[in-house]
Design a protein around this ligand. Structure first.
Ligand SMILES: Cc1cc2nc3c(=O)[nH]c(=O)nc-3n(C[C@H](O)[C@H](O)[C@H](O)COP(=O)(O)O)c2cc1C
Length: 397
């Protein structure tokens, strides 16, 4: 008899399950760090409601029995059309979260973006995830230290660097302020009570030690991570400097304006990641899925675009590809899964997302994820014309 898989043993059947279980298992301060956003958190909600309003056109009588999800992007073939978005301090969800992410990246053959503010170092993650590891850079309080991280990534063998540009300052995230979230933790009676009422998480942290932003503690410049420090050093001049410095693939993440996108493209950047940071920065930002066609129109049909913000299931993934993305990144859902069940939950959720994506393909009459285009949208009126040339049109009858 086949051994039960993570999916068989998991209690997660969709992202919402992962979220619900994580909310129970994690201390409030941690769950709120993941879930929280800027201001009144309207942008985060809008990211999802707008996804729900995008509808797909079912097609019938196509033989869709065999389907493939391998995706060609930036000269590489990935096992799935999605990867793991950069997220700081993932080990707050589970002491083994970063290793689990690395193992999942290898197992599913997908990219894993290691945040500057990760709880594992650039070198550790490269050891664990090999070529699947991409490095995400924040230009923080110390320019020297930021450049040191770029050199470390190069020396460790990374070939893809993501520069995040939508956090000139960390926004006011009300939940974090209310909860007194900070690294390292400063114990207050409220925090003690929060930890005490989540014993399985607290015991795991006690046994493994509280996570820390490893790229800072292992840095030659020994500057400590200051989460609230300005990150505005990532300006146009820095982008040019980085392009000269970094020989590999360079991606700019957090782009939502068409003129910015055109200028970044002209600066020789290899790909843009359309993202509103999951609503964590500006509460009045348009829904990310609405930004996508505008950026696609600005950069033309062939320029590589990644998308994140608001993806919660396989249908969302297909919708983002139909609205102009070539590849997508998952954020909060993966942290929910880790917080809920550690590696088992993560693997289960990735399988679920892949299956949902594949089943969606079947419903819209396609067998190859690379064939997804605006034709499968029930309403493509705001899509750029001509249609993206990189994608094969569905046969029109
Ligand atoms: C807890 C958490 C930490 C994050 N840390 C980073 C980070 O260090 N660097 C970065 O570029 N984006 C970071 N992001 C943003 C994600 O990369 C991504 O843009 C966002 O999660 C997408 O929104 P969604 O999770 O609602 O889909 C973080 C997001 C979360 C939820």
């Amino acid at each position: 008899m086949a051994r039960p898989t993570d999916t068989d043993r998991s209690r997660i059947f969709c992202t919402e399950d992962a979220r619900r279980i994580a909310q129970k298992r994690l201390p409030r301060v941690i769950f709120d760090f993941i879930e929280g956003a800027a201001g009144r958190e309207v942008a985060t909600a809008r990211n999802q409601t707008r996804f729900d309003e995008v509808t797909l056109q079912p097609r019938v009588l196509e033989n869709v029995g065999a389907r493939r999800l391998e995706t060609r992007f930036l000269g590489q073939t990935h096992g799935l059309p999605f990867g793991i978005a950069p997220m700081g301090m993932c080990n707050l969800t589970h002491p083994d979260a970063d290793r689990a992410l690395a193992r999942a990246a290898s197992r599913f053959d997908i990219p894993l973006c290691l945040s500057s503010a990760a709880s594992s170092s650039i070198e550790e993650m490269r050891d664990w995830a090999g070529d699947h590891a991409w490095f995400q850079l924040y230009v923080g309080a110390s320019m020297e230290q930021s450049l040191d991280m770029v050199h470390r990534a190069k020396a460790a063998g990374y070939d893809t660097l993501i520069l995040t540009v939508d956090v000139p300052q960390v926004a006011r995230r009300t939940r974090d302020l209310r909860n007194g979230f900070q690294m390292p933790f400063r114990m207050t009676p409220r925090l003690l009570w929060d930890f005490a009422s989540h014993p399985s998480w607290s015991l795991a942290m006690l046994l493994n030690g509280a996570p820390e932003p490893r790229n800072f503690s292992t840095s030659a410049t020994a500057t400590r991570f200051d989460r609230s420090a300005s990150r505005a050093g990532a300006d146009w001049a820095f982008l040019d400097r980085l392009r000269d410095l970094w020989p590999g693939r360079l991606i700019v993440k957090g782009v939502s304006s068409p003129p910015d996108a055109r200028r970044i493209q002209a600066a020789g950047v290899d790909a843009i990641q359309v993202s509103n940071h999951g609503g964590r920065q500006l509460d009045s930002v348009p829904a990310a899925i609405d930004l996508l066609p505008r950026i696609r129109a600005a950069v033309g049909p062939d320029y590589p675009l990644i998308f994140d913000s608001g993806l919660r299931n396989g249908e969302d993934i297909v919708k983002a590809l139909a609205r102009g993305a070539d590849f997508v990144m998952l954020g909060r859902p993966l942290l929910y899964a880790l917080g809920a069940e550690g590696a088992r939950g993560l693997n289960a959720l990735i399988r679920i997302l892949a299956e949902e994506t594949s089943l969606t393909l079947a419903q819209v009459g396609l067998t190859d994820i690379n064939a997804v285009g605006a034709e499968i949208l029930a309403d493509a009126s705001d899509m750029p014309k001509p249609k993206p040339a990189t994608r094969t049109a569905l046969k029109a009858y």
